[in-house]
Design a protein around this ligand. Structure first.
Ligand code: MN3
Length: 197
């Protein structure tokens, strides 16, 4: 098994002004690229896992040998989370279906309440990590995870994730994580998000 860095479906500059081209290029090629190579290195020669998908790996971390488990959790999570992140973005964004909007409103009160809870989760994540909209048995929840820990390892279905590591926004937003979170809503591909439910 060799995991590969996925191509993006848009150019690095396509998400401007919300995410700048330089950040996208470094984030995709260097950061995501490093997670993929470090994951492959950690699993090198481990024949018993060579046919496992990334989902199987992250759902079964306890089955991995102690000496590689943390490296696989970090780098496998990094690969999976970033793949999902890129797939959830689109230049100009794509709107929610009416059905999904009604679901968000019924579970969070309003779209504004949903966004403000998501923002709170993203802002309160101390240090590096992610904010997530996940489904647990069809019920929507907002959670956050540290480092590259992935909700799939905790039994959730990820619908939407926001990377709040500084490498995701620092070049353009510096310490203003809140502005980056607000800008994110302009480029969310809700078609891709809803398809995961
Ligand atoms: Mn990242």
């Amino acid at each position: 098994m060799k995991f590969v860095l996925p191509e993006l479906k848009f150019n690095y500059s396509a998400l401007e002004p919300y995410i700048d081209a330089k950040t996208m290029e470094i984030h995709h090629q260097k950061h995501h690229g490093a997670y993929v190579s470090n994951l492959n290195n950690a699993l090198e020669g481990r024949k018993e896992f060579e046919n496992w998908s990334i989902e199987e790996v992250l759902k079964n971390l306890e089955k991995l040998p102690d000496e590689i488990r943390q490296a696989v959790q970090n780098n496998g999570g990094g690969h999976y989370n970033h793949t999902l992140f890129w797939e959830s973005l689109s230049p100009g964004g794509k709107p929610m279906s009416q059905q999904f909007e009604e679901k968000i409103i019924s579970e969070f009160g309003s779209i504004e309440d949903f966004k403000s809870k998501f923002k709170e989760a993203a802002l309160k994540r101390f240090g590096s990590g992610w904010a997530w909209l996940v489904s647990e048995g069809g019920k929507l929840k907002i959670i956050s995870t540290p480092n590259q820990d992935s909700p799939i390892s905790l039994g959730f279905v990820e619908l939407l994730g926001l990377d709040v590591w500084e490498h995701a926004y620092y070049l353009n937003y510096q310490n203003k994580r809140a502005d980056y979170i607000d800008a994110f809503w302009n480029i969310v591909d809700w078609n891709a998000v809803e398809a995961r439910l």
